[in-house]
Design a protein around this ligand. Structure first.
Ligand code: TRH
Length: 398
């Protein structure tokens, strides 16, 4: 166990349990890096699945119980029941974040309660554009078992929420990348693609679609050449089952459409992919936000929940995103999103949607500006902590 000393800088612990896929660790990893790099905070990221982590961060050694990567102390949080003594010897940080509905161990909660002053306990929630979020953001919830308060911190799309994750230099990095045609060309070459051959380059990160073929058919007949890049994963497997040729060819050619399965990229490279493509299909909570920053048209496949709860979240997002769009454009966008998320036939909606790509791209630039004006989530968290925390000498010096 790492020895923590109560000295500068402030220490934050982020607990991350990987429920499924890469969104949980994707978000926690970005937040951790940013707190270290931009706020000088010492961060311990406790994560229960280092193998998933490795997918988005090649520097991770999945067998190490503790390691430091990009300044973040990464600690394996074992899933099996751990001796309560383990947690009793684990010093609580100044700020403890339970990320994305995970639950920190009871023995550790006791440890937090024993600490004087106790840590600020935050629950970093899932992303939603639903209106109730605004009323709950920042609220405290008493935890009688340890006589501590836990505060809810909600990401979101307006200034009544905690905002969205983005790094201070992100736009500059993306803009200098897209403005440097040699760098873009090198990027495509690394993926084994000649980018200039295609009129429409599409990245396709999705859970799958029962009528994907109706979209692929449209792309095969597109006026110009279309490139569809599919990262390794469930959709790539689905396509390979449908087109076994993908097993032995680098690039599948279907009329105007070329399909290429690409490796799962490290997070910073995935940002570049989103910026280099003309249209990005994204899924889950983290890639949708990265697609926003790329400033290109995007289509969101929301993570499915029981009893279609995700469709309420999707509608809330569409209402918020489309609020300042011309009505006709908002309708086209909404229809395509709904067909994409409901596994509907995509032929007609794609034709309408594709005609609006330039308008969507222009709108997305404004929408991005509006979102960024809410401040980034990491800075908003630090701000929130400063306000809520019984100001310690450490904190006030930051
Ligand atoms: O992987 P996801 O489907 O994760 C999901 C969602 O977050 C969902 O909301 C959550 O409830 C569920 O997990 C448990 O989609 P998401 O959120 O977009 O996360 C993908 C991460 O992978 C994101 O950080 C971007 C990253 N990524 C790469 O780093 N390289 C890649 O090549 C690709 C395609 C993605």
């Amino acid at each position: 166990m790492l020895n923590q000393q109560k000295a500068q800088p402030q220490c934050w612990q982020i607990f991350c349990s990987v429920v499924d896929n890469f969104g949980d660790i994707g978000i926690c990893w970005r937040l951790s890096r940013q707190l270290v790099a931009e706020h000088g905070i010492r961060v311990q990221l406790l994560v229960d699945d280092l193998t998933s982590f490795l997918q988005i961060c090649p520097q991770i050694s999945p067998t190490l119980a503790q390691q430091v990567v990009l300044g973040v102390e990464v600690l394996h949080w074992p899933n099996e029941p751990v001796d309560p003594l383990h947690w009793q010897q684990f010093p609580a940080a100044d700020v403890v974040i339970e990320a994305l509905a995970c639950t920190i161990p009871a023995a550790y909660q006791q440890q937090m309660a024993r600490q004087q002053p106790p840590p600020l306990w935050l629950n970093l929630e899932y992303l939603s554009a639903e209106q109730w979020v605004e009323g709950c953001h920042g609220l405290s919830s008493p935890q009688p078992q340890v006589a501590l308060d836990k505060f809810f911190f909600f990401p979101g799309f307006n200034n009544k929420t905690g905002g969205l994750l983005y790094e201070q230099q992100l736009l500059t990095r993306l803009q200098s990348f897209t403005a440097d045609s040699a760098a873009v060309q090198r990027f495509w070459q690394q993926l084994g693609v000649n980018g200039s051959e295609y009129q429409l380059k599409i990245s396709m990160f999705a859970y799958g679609h029962q009528q994907l073929d109706s979209l692929l058919q449209q792309w095969q007949q597109h006026a110009g050449r279309v490139l569809c890049l599919v990262p390794h994963g469930e959709l790539a497997n689905e396509l390979t089952r449908q087109y076994p040729e993908l097993l032995c060819t680098d690039m599948l050619q279907l009329g105007q459409l070329s399909i290429k399965v690409i490796p799962f990229l490290a997070q910073p490279d995935y940002d570049l992919l989103l910026a280099a493509c003309d249209l990005n299909f994204v899924r889950g909570e983290d890639s949708i936000i990265r697609a926003h920053w790329a400033g290109r048209p995007f289509v969101w496949q929301i993570y499915r929940q029981q009893q279609a709860a995700h469709l309420i979240k999707l509608q809330a997002f569409l209402d918020s995103y489309g609020q300042q769009m011309p009505a006709a454009l908002a309708q086209v966008v909404q229809q395509f999103y709904l067909s994409w998320n409901n596994d509907d036939y995509l032929g007609t909606t794609w034709r309408d949607f594709s005609q609006q790509l330039p308008q969507i791209a222009a709108y997305n630039q404004l929408w991005r500006q509006q979102l960024m004006a809410n401040g980034d989530l990491a800075s908003n968290l630090v701000h929130f902590a400063k306000k809520k925390f019984i100001i310690t000498p450490n904190f006030s010096q930051q």
